[in-house]
Design a protein around this ligand. Structure first.
Ligand code: GLU
Length: 509
């Protein structure tokens, strides 16, 4: 086989040097789980912290796993998290294309180059023969049968167009590599199989395509899940075989979750910590969004699942993206991440919601308020103001404010409330006093409503709560409401508020 060395030189010449270059390399499986998102975040932060380049590469060689629209899910998630990439499928770049299926012609050439260099060989073994090896010993590695073919035998098989794969020739000895998170790892090469690099259909295996692309794209830091740690010695040997510089490896541990497991024998439930997974129905990024969490809170929390700041900011919990970029260091990535916790997610989310400006909060809350408050005259900003300090997830909102649209058919027993010293009787008396006073208010402002209620408590020489309680119950028809009597009455408007107080009075009569 004639190799076009000029072409290889041209490929080398395209590789950018002198900057940190990282890539997020998802397979389009249609689902961005929290672990994937965290890998994307760390990959992004390493590049941005160093003022380098962040690249998106789509690893779609395994067509069986391919899901329609999956690339859209990835791009949508990255966009929503603020992970802008400098090079990638739709934006292009100096080492395009950025989709593996568009790079297919490269892999065969590099596999042949590796044969030429003596680090790979053609294997003509039939499926049957390989199946037999496995049947004899399920753990058997390939027995290197074809490594020993003579050149004449190989030429004859090629001439007869026998199908073949190309395998990596693993050298003798040991392989040592350093991972930035897991430290130095040494393996005995005897434990490594002569893995397939190129399949008989000419398509690369994932392990091969990954190394070729990382090299040709000038990737300096390979950031990925720890499930690839055990394959890294083989990647290392490939870099060495080509004579290429080995990138910095950053393997990230799995994201765990606290879960319950039912013992099949005893039926007892106990707590376990397991890997977050789609199979168990754990939420993806988009699921978390649907559950009412906002992107900056998710990004902040997920980044801290396995990375911790150091020094002056060691105790800091809340980070904007620019702060993360400034603070992020590979040394802060931990081998043992803390488990994803819904309570912690809610804690981060509610903090972010509370710290928004009223306008920002109204904007994110409005679609949720509108799920239950359809009245076009309702003042959404005023309703949002009631919610801002007490919302953990946005999805709680519709149920909390549904009473603004329609007075629930509530039980008269709600008027009885020990703490405010309210009884059915006292509530009836209060409403009898308040209704005419409310009717007399000309300008229905928060202050006017407030002052009327407080003045009434003074007149009657009772606690404010004894006045507020029946008014709020009659106005909302619910024991628990965001906001108190004054705010609720104001939002309802004078006419609707009075109508509801009269309904309450009727119930009490
Ligand atoms: N395509 C691989 C995945 O989605 C990524 C592996 C890597 O980053 O090297 O799991």
């Amino acid at each position: 086989m004639e190799l076009d060395y000029h072409w290889f030189e041209e490929m080398e010449a395209r590789i950018p040097h002198g900057e940190v270059r990282t890539r997020f390399a998802p397979s389009p499986t249609g689902y961005m789980h929290v672990g994937n998102l965290r890998t994307a975040l760390y990959t992004y932060l390493i590049a941005r912290h160093a003022g380098g380049k962040f690249i998106l590469r789509i690893e779609d060689t395994d067509q069986k796993r391919k899901v329609e629209d999956a690339v859209e899910v990835i791009k949508r998630t990255m966009d929503s998290c603020g992970l802008d990439y400098d090079e990638g499928p739709d934006v292009g770049g100096p080492v395009a294309p950025y989709v593996q299926t568009e790079r297919m012609s490269y892999y065969k050439k590099y596999a042949e180059l590796l044969i030429e260099k003596g680090h790979a060989y053609r294997c003509f073994c039939s499926e049957d023969r390989l199946a037999q090896l496995h049947e004899d010993d399920p753990n058997a590695k390939y027995d290197r049968h074809c490594l020993h073919l003579t050149q004449e035998e190989i030429d004859a098989k090629l001439a007869a167009a026998e199908p073949y794969v190309i395998r990596q020739k693993i050298p003798e000895g040991t392989t040592t590599f350093v991972d930035s998170v897991y430290g130095e790892i040494t393996v005995d090469n005897a434990d490594l199989e002569d893995q397939i690099l190129l399949k008989s259909d000419g398509l690369p295996t994932y392990n091969f395509a990954n190394v070729i692309d990382d090299h040709l794209m000038g990737i300096t830091h390979v950031v990925r899940g720890s499930e690839y740690l055990s394959s890294s010695p083989k990647y290392n040997l490939l870099y060495e075989a080509f004579g290429w510089e080995i990138p910095t490896y950053v393997h990230c541990s799995s994201v765990m979750i606290d879960a319950k497991e039912v013992d099949e024998v005893t039926g007892e439930e106990h707590n376990i910590v397991r890997k977050m997974s789609k199979r168990h129905g754990d939420p993806s990024y988009e699921d978390l969004m649907k559950m009412g969490f906002i992107s900056p809170a998710i990004v902040n929390y997920v980044t801290l699942l396995g990375w911790s700041p150091k020094g002056d900011i060691a105790e800091q919990e809340f980070f904007t993206m620019p702060e993360l970029i400034a603070a992020f260091d590979i040394g802060g990535i931990s081998k043992s991440p803390s488990a994803f916790s819904m309570d912690k997610m809610k804690y981060f989310n509610s903090s972010y919601l509370r710290n928004m400006t009223p306008e920002e909060f109204t904007a994110v809350a409005e679609p949720y308020i509108r799920q239950s408050v359809k009245n076009p005259n309702a003042n959404v900003a005023e309703i949002a103001a009631l919610l801002q300090q007490r919302t953990e997830a946005l999805t709680e909102i519709p149920e909390k404010v549904d009473f603004f649209d329609a007075l629930p058919d509530y039980d008269v027993a709600l008027f009885t409330h020990k703490k405010s010293k309210s009884s059915a009787e006292s509530s009836r008396d209060m409403l009898n006093v308040i209704i005419p006073k409310f009717e007399a208010i000309a300008d229905w402002t928060v202050d006017a409503i407030h002052d009327t209620l407080i003045a009434t408590a003074e007149e009657l020489e009772c606690k404010n709560a004894k006045v507020m309680w029946p008014v709020r119950i009659a106005a909302a028809g619910k024991a628990v409401t965001p906001g108190g009597a004054v705010e609720i009455c104001h939002i309802l408007g004078k006419d609707e508020c009075l109508r509801r107080l009269r309904v309450g009075l009727e119930k009490l009569n």
